[in-house]
Design a protein around this ligand. Sequence first.
Ligand code: TUI
Length: 314
Amino acid sequence: MIRTPLCDVVGIEKPVFQGGMAWIADASLAAAVSNAGGLGIISAMNANAEWLRDQIRTCRQLTQKPFGVNIMLQSPFVEEVAQVVIDEHVPVVVTGAGTPNKYMKKWVPAGIKVIPVVASVALARMVERAGAVAVVAEGGESGGHVGDLTTMTLVPQVVDAVKIPVVAAGGIGDGRGVAAAFMLGAVGVQVGTRFLVADECNVSEEYKERILKARDISTMVTGRRYDGAVRCLKTPFSQEFARREREGASKEELAEFGRGSLRKAAVDGNYQEGSFMAGQIAGMVNKRQSAAEIVDDLLDGAEKCLREATKWVK
Ligand code: TUI
């Protein structure tokens, strides 16, 4: 069994967070991960207050355990969803794609445990001062919106910079990755891509099949030119996006071209026009399992690695 200080901070049994994947991480997946002893996370993505409130209430019907809500700070509905998590007494809020300090001024006094995703040491320090109980240090191996640093370089630098627990994310898909994260000083992991193929994940069948078929070099990053870098599978859509970017399309033109593409992938399973966000670990995700099996495989695998890790030490 693996138990770390993160478990006590968040009130969970197993130090595994499920990534708040936009258009994908709903009450069904979040409740399954929380019931398995990890922290399930509902993505507020670009949805409005009503949708989020409904998902939070559904999640509460499916699990008695703590769960989180991921708020993407670039959402057009950020103000209203920021209030919903207070009104609904959500235990944990994870933020992404921006600086959450403005909202933390309301969340922290409301008793919400705030755990921002950071892609730099500077942001980690800033959110610690603002009252974050932990941070997720996410390297560019992850799917979706990515920063510049890798997990290998970001995690130890964040660990050295802050006193609060650090959760590693980006490129972690099995027990070896979990063990490596612990070696870098993290006390937990956040995993997204592997949960895409969980039985309780309601993403389109096409998306699941594409993840299962992906190999090591199947992802790419688009949008680097305008600091909106997004990692997704190489598909007709992402290759066309990259072509337009190379040919000098403006930020507005690219935003227009990309509008609705994640929904097309996650909900409609539209391979031609969808943006199939996925991390570089997709090549290792080859099996459909329940969320509980995934959580247990991650930690059992880590335990085995950690026990064997001393064999070279004389
Ligand atoms: O946020 C994510 N991953 C995401 S958000 C998302 S939704 C989306 N949909 C369409 C296009 C773009 C996004 C999909 N995946 N991960 C956490 C994360 N946060 N990664 C990087 C950052 C980040 C980057 C810069 C956080 C803060 C930051 O700097 C803030 C600042 O202003 O310095």
